[in-house]
Write a protein that binds this ligand. Structure first.
Ligand code: HEC
Length: 103
């Protein structure tokens, strides 16, 4: 198991781009337990989020706060719990990545 994990990690590192680093950060931060880039899971697809806020200059700051503290009512009745264990700078990076279409 360890070897497989190490091999996978090495392979990922080889082709790592900035985008993949962000996707990895989203996985590591547990966001992908509830979100996918292109389809709704518990939370909205990140590509839908990007569409909703396209051209909205205030969206980034608002979403950083929302991801940090959690919230509900924008996409349905299911709330997003606070992500208090994720560093502020990581949340910022993740929100930027989401708003750019999560690619
Ligand atoms: C336990 C499930 C869960 C986890 C974990 C989770 N989310 Fe969410 N997320 C949701 C739900 C549900 C919503 C929809 C909330 C609403 O309707 O207002 C949401 C909404 C969002 C939105 C859109 C908010 C809006 O107001 O339009 C963003 C951006 C987002 N999440 C990013 C993240 C990031 C980044 C992480 C990881 C740090 C994360 N989420 C972790 C469930 C989750």
């Amino acid at each position: 198991m360890k070897l497989i994990a190490a091999t996978l990690f090495a392979a990922t590192a080889l082709v790592a781009t900035n985008a993949m680093a962000n996707a990895d950060l989203a996985k590591k931060s547990n966001c992908m337990a509830c979100h996918a880039t292109d389809k709704k899971l518990v939370g909205p697809a990140y590509q839908e989020v990007a569409k909703k806020y396209a051209g909205d200059k205030g969206a980034e700051a608002m979403l950083v706060e929302k991801v940090k503290k959690g919230g509900t009512g924008t996409w349905g009745k299911v709330p997003m719990p606070p992500n208090a264990n994720v560093k502020d700078e990581d949340i910022k990076t993740l929100v930027k990545w989401v708003l750019a279409g999560a690619k």
